[in-house]
Every structure is written in structure tokens, then in C-alpha cells.
Design a protein around this ligand. Structure first.
Ligand code: DLL
Length: 435
């Protein structure tokens, strides 16, 4: 039997949902225009006033917000309430330029946690469950978001954070965890470790997993389900809109239901910005309808998706998005962490290396491998092997500080990285990320 956290919203008649979105949009545009000078300037430049937005049918008139705007406005420029009203920030890794810092009032936190609670209940969670949260905690939104959702459902919450896998399994056994929340690659690794410890899914009580923050295929879903003896559910979100819980899978698993009472979704042509009809593939754009502190209007996610409103057997009427099928920028997601090649280049230049480098990615046993090859100068190359090994370690550690994940560094001889006559090919990605 399908369960819901907020049935009155999740299964509301579509017309009711649309009317709700229209009313919230009108209010939100006014709030942003009055309180965010940065966005007001964008609207003024486009010649659009809050009164011009009467419903979601008018949304195309509004300007987009992109990561470049977040950079320009860093840190407070898109804040719509006094800082004293904010109770939390969350962030992504990266340099000042690439880092996203999102602000929350208590009301924003409550709504975000409710979105995560909807995902947990859709995966079968109840107050009798033991929910082990093995997403990273801290600035990353995964741990705090699912932790809050788990509390709202009333599950016994295990705030494990990621890492220390044998201890994860020990707790899972001792406390009888029934739901696991983490990235799909970490879930696969936990499954592998379980086997290495001589255990089987019969030795644990897990029944469901809520996995997201990075792309994963149906084949990976099947592997994880078999290794942990669970049903695996997808969850999507991004720091800019709050974190996980923008959309989530139900029992039908043919896409993720978007929490439309809080987020208005559009699909646009990434090149022209034109809004595409439902069912067409393009870039996903979100407008936060309820957020007080950091309400982004028409935020370009760069995720390529399709939306559909076909009737779902779970009873929810919320529109569904496909799994992201790619990106319209150069962002890579490596072990759940967002990485831009330019961040790597910044570190190399800071450390006195040439910008001749290559990133190689693969997925071995469902875990991402991350190798960075960097060319040495003639002087660097004349160092002893011992010196070079030390330099590789130093560089790996500088990259870890910048990105939050550890690459395998390879310092290579001068002129060995293939030069390109056109656009440099910096990234070789051999992973199969999409079906
Ligand atoms: O990854 C929030 C999150 C945490 C989602 C835990 C789900 C679970 P960011 O670090 O800001 O936020 O990264 C957002 O990750 O634009 C997508 O490209 C990608 N992404 C997130 N969820 C999925 C998913 C969190 N289920 C970026 N499938 C997004 C594929 C995903 N890609």
C-alpha cells in the first residue's frame, strides 16, 4: 500500500496544484523584487515588473538566474531577508567563484525537511523505521536534509555521515537499520564491504535505500538492490534550491515526482533559453515558490531532463522528471562531489605547474576512479623519483582541500600530454552514468 507524508498535496488535483503555484509565484516575484536589488536590476533591464507576472504562464518574461549570478552576488547579494532572520547556511565545495552558499530561515528548513520526509515515506518509511544517514554532514546538504526528513517522519535517525564503512555495517547490524540514505556509489561500496566481511543481506535488516546526488544507472540500481537486499529509490536536489528532496521516486519508479507546491519546473532549450513543451528534452529550470531567505527565480540547473505528467500508479499527481541525462555545462560529479575542471586548473597554476593536464574518470565496481595527469616542466622533471612522489602527494592534498575529494595524481614527463588543435580535451570520462 502506497503511503504519503502529505497526501493532500502529493495527490491534490492538478488544477489545485496549478492554482497554488500561480498564487505563490505572484507573491514570490513581489518578495524578490522588493528585497533583492540584484534581481530587481535584472528585471528592470528586461523591462518586466512584478505586476506583469499574473500566473506561471507569464514566467517566461522573467530573467534567468545562473551560477554566474551566484558568483557575482556572492555571498549576500541574493539574500531576500535580513541576515538576522537566517538560521543556517549550506554550501558546495570549491573556490569562492564556484562555491554556492545558500541561506535558510527556520521556515525554509522546515519546508526542506518536509520534502525529504515525503521521499522517505514514499520509500516505505514510517516512525517504526531506523534510518541510517550516510550522506556527508556539514556544508553538503545530503546529511542534514535527510536527517531532518527522517526526524519529521519520526524514524530513529542514525546520523552516521559517510566513511568508516565497517562501522556503518556494525551499527546497521546492532541497531537494525531498515533504511539507508547515501550516494549510490557509497551504497554499492557498503554492499561490497558487507560481502568482504563474510556477511549477506540476511545478516542485516535493510529494506530500502534513498540514493542520489549523482547520476546512476538501472544496472547500478540492480547491483545495489541485490548486494543489500533492498529496494533502491532515487532522490534529486541541488544546494541552490535547498538540497535533496526537490524530487523523489515512488513505488512506480518511472521518474521522480517534483514537489511542485514548492518548486515550479520548466524545461528550456539550453542554447536559446526558449521554454520547451512538456515531454521535450532540455535544461531543467526551477523557481522556488516558498523560500524566504534564498528564493531563486528561474534558476538554470544545467541538468538535462524531460518532464511528464502521465498518471502515476502511486496516486501522486506531482509532475515527474526523468533522471538527469547529462549536463549542459562542464561540471563533473565525482563520488557525489561537484567538480569543475577550472578548479583543478586553478590549483595547478597556484602550485607552479603548467595548465597541461588531463582528468580521467572511470567507474570500477560502482565506484568512481579519479586520476589527474599533470605535465612537469623540464626543471621539475629533473627531480629524483622520491621528490616527484612527494610532489604528487602535495598536489593531491591541495586538490583535496579545494574539491573535497582525493584524486590519484600522476606527474608526467614534459610534452607527454597530447596537445589539441582545437578545444583542449581535458576530461576523459569512461563512466556509464546514464541508461
Ligand atoms: O547533490 C543534493 C543532494 C543530496 C541530492 C543528496 C540528492 C541526495 P549539489 O551538491 O548542489 O546538491 O549537486 C546538485 O547534483 O544539479 C545534479 O547534477 C546532481 N544530482 C543530484 N541528485 C541527482 C540524482 C546535491 N538523483 C547536482 N541523479 C544536480 C543524478 C543528481 N544527478
Amino acid at each position: 500500500m502506497e503511503r504519503y507524508y502529505q497526501k493532500e498535496i502529493e495527490c491534490a488535483p492538478v488544477e489545485e496544484l496549478k492554482a497554488m503555484q500561480n498564487a505563490k509565484l505572484v507573491k514570490q516575484v513581489k518578495h524578490v523584487y522588493e528585497h533583492v536589488p540584484y534581481y530587481r536590476d535584472l528585471m528592470d533591464k528586461k523591462g518586466v515588473k512584478p505586476e506583469d507576472i499574473k500566473s506561471t504562464a507569464d514566467i517566461y518574461k522573467l530573467p534567468f538566474i545562473s551560477k554566474a549570478d551566484l558568483r557575482d552576488a556572492y555571498p549576500y547579494g541574493l539574500l531576500a531577508v535580513p541576515l538576522s532572520e537566517c538560521v543556517r547556511i549550506q554550501s558546495t565545495s570549491g573556490t569562492t567563484g564556484r562555491r554556492v552558499v545558500a541561506f535558510y530561515t527556520q521556515h525554509d528548513i522546515d519546508l526542506w525537511e518536509e520534502c525529504c520526509a515525503r521521499a522517505i515515506v514514499a520509500a516505505g518509511g514510517t516512525k517504526d523505521d531506523v534510518c541510517q544517514v550516510a550522506y556527508g554532514y556539514g556544508l553538503f546538504t545530503g546529511g542534514p536534509g535527510l536527517n531532518g526528513g527522517s526526524h519529521k517522519v519520526g524514524c530513529l535517525t542514525l546520523p552516521m555521515s559517510s566513511g568508516n564503512t565497517e562501522r556503518q555495517i556494525q551499527f546497521m547490524r546492532d541497531l537494525g537499520s531498515t533504511i539507508l540514505c547515501c550516494t549510490p556509489s557509497y551504497a554499492a561500496y557498503i554492499g561490497e564491504t558487507l560481502k568482504d566481511m563474510g556477511l549477506t543481506p540476511n545478516d542485516i535488516k535493510l529494506k530500502a535505500g534513498i540514493f542520489g546526488a549523482e547520476p546512476w544507472t538501472e544496472a547500478m540500481r540492480k547491483d545495489i538492490e541485490a548486494s543489500l537486499g533492498i529496494k533502491a529509490y532515487d532522490i534529486y536536489g541541488l544546494t541552490e534550491t535547498s538540497g535533496p528532496g526537490v524530487s523523489f521516486e515512488c513505488s512506480e519508479q518511472t521518474g521522480m515526482h517534483i514537489n511542485e507546491d514548492h518548486f515550479y519546473a520548466e524545461i528550456i532549450d539550453p542554447d536559446t533559453g526558449e521554454v520547451l513543451p512538456e515531454g521535450e528534452k532540455g535544461e531543467l529550470v526551477f523557481t522556488s515558490l516558498d523560500k524566504e531567505a534564498f528564493p531563486l527565480l528561474r534558476y538554470r540547473t544545467r541538468d538535462i531532463c524531460v518532464l511528464n505528467r502521465k498518471k502515476c500508479s502511486c496516486g501522486r499527481t506531482l509532475i515527474k522528471m526523468s533522471k538527469p541525462m547529462g549536463r549542459s555545462d562542464d561540471m563533473l560529479i565525482i563520488r557525489g562531489v561537484n567538480v569543475f575542471p577550472s578548479q583543478i586548473e586553478t590549483v595547478l597554476l597556484e602550485q607552479g605547474y603548467t595548465p597541461n593536464y588531463r582528468i580521467e574518470l572511470d567507474r570500477v565496481n560502482n565506484t568512481d576512479t579519479f586520476d589527474v595527469y599533470v605535465e612537469m616542466s623540464q626543471e621539475q622533471f629533473s627531480d629524483t623519483v622520491k621528490d616527484i612522489t612527494l610532489k604528487e602527494k602535495e598536489l593531491a592534498s591541495a586538490l583535496k582541500t579545494m574539491l573535497g575529494i582525493n584524486p590519484k595524481m600522476h606527474l608526467v614527463a614534459p610534452k607527454t600530454i597530447t596537445r589539441s588543435e582545437g578545444k583542449a580535451v581535458r576530461v576523459i570520462d569512461r563512466r556509464k552514468l546514464h541508461d
